[in-house]
Design a protein around this ligand. Structure first.
Ligand code: 6PG
Length: 221
């Protein structure tokens, strides 16, 4: 909340990347209700997605749909500030289009010569296989060093559909990253990831080492 207000005070905008999955659902709902709906500078917030399943926007597996139902339906953000990943077109096209949208956004907001975008805050989840966003174990997407957005084939976890995902250089160029994790089983996984900070990471989430701040919030539900 404070980060958002500080960003708006400094640059007149707050760029927030929503996580997929179900864990952040209560957070989106909370931020859409009083008093947080008024404390968040939603009218100056630009909302993006860290990844999306290649399904229609109204599909039960759509990451956009979850955020729409819990947050966007309240009409707090201007439509132009909602930057949806389009999952219902061929994945490679969807990835290229989203990258173009990101480049246009950051260039039009004064970041002409950037190599990588700097999002103010990126929310991430953690899969039980150690994936984050849609960067799955052993995926070639983990080695992507030039694209901002890429398409990935289905992972082993449901839903097994093609995905669009921000790449590691983009995620690691963020000013701040918050992992939201729920479940005792994942707590052990988080401990392994956090303790394994040197050398080759064991899990994709272990490659998240942002230039900015990194926080882990774990609910042992
Ligand atoms: C996705 C997500 C993915 C998710 C984790 C955790 O589209 O699947 O972005 O990275 O955050 O799999 O999902 P849950 O919060 O549902 O456990």
């Amino acid at each position: 909340m404070v980060t958002a207000q500080q960003c708006v005070a400094q640059r007149g905008r707050f760029t927030l990347v929503a996580s997929g999955g179900s864990t952040p659902q209560p957070l989106y709902r909370l931020l859409a209700t009083l008093p947080f709906a008024h404390r968040m500078p939603w009218s100056q917030t630009h909302l993006f997605w860290g990844d999306e399943r290649c399904v229609t926007a109204d599909h039960p597996d759509s990451n956009y749909r979850l955020v729409k139902e819990e947050l966007l339906a309240q009409g707090l953000l201007p439509t132009a500030n909602i930057h949806r990943m389009v999952g219902e077109i061929p994945a490679a096209t969807g990835a290229a289009n989203y990258e173009e949208e990101l480049r246009n956004f950051f260039v039009s907001h004064g970041d002409e010569a950037i190599t990588w975008p700097v999002f103010d805050l990126i929310l991430l989840g953690l899969g039980s296989d150690g994936h984050t966003a849609s960067l799955f174990p052993n995926s070639s997407a983990l080695n992507e060093k030039t694209k901002w957005v890429t398409a990935t084939p289905p992972g082993v976890l449901a839903p097994q559909v093609h995905r669009l995902t921000l790449t590691l250089p983009v995620l690691n160029n963020s000013a701040e990253v918050i992992f939201l994790v729920a479940g005792a089983k994942k707590k052990t996984l988080v401990e392994q990831i956090i303790s394994h900070r040197q050398g080759q990471a064991e899990y994709p989430a272990g490659y998240i080492k942002p230039q900015g701040k990194l926080h882990w919030y774990i609910a042992e539900v």
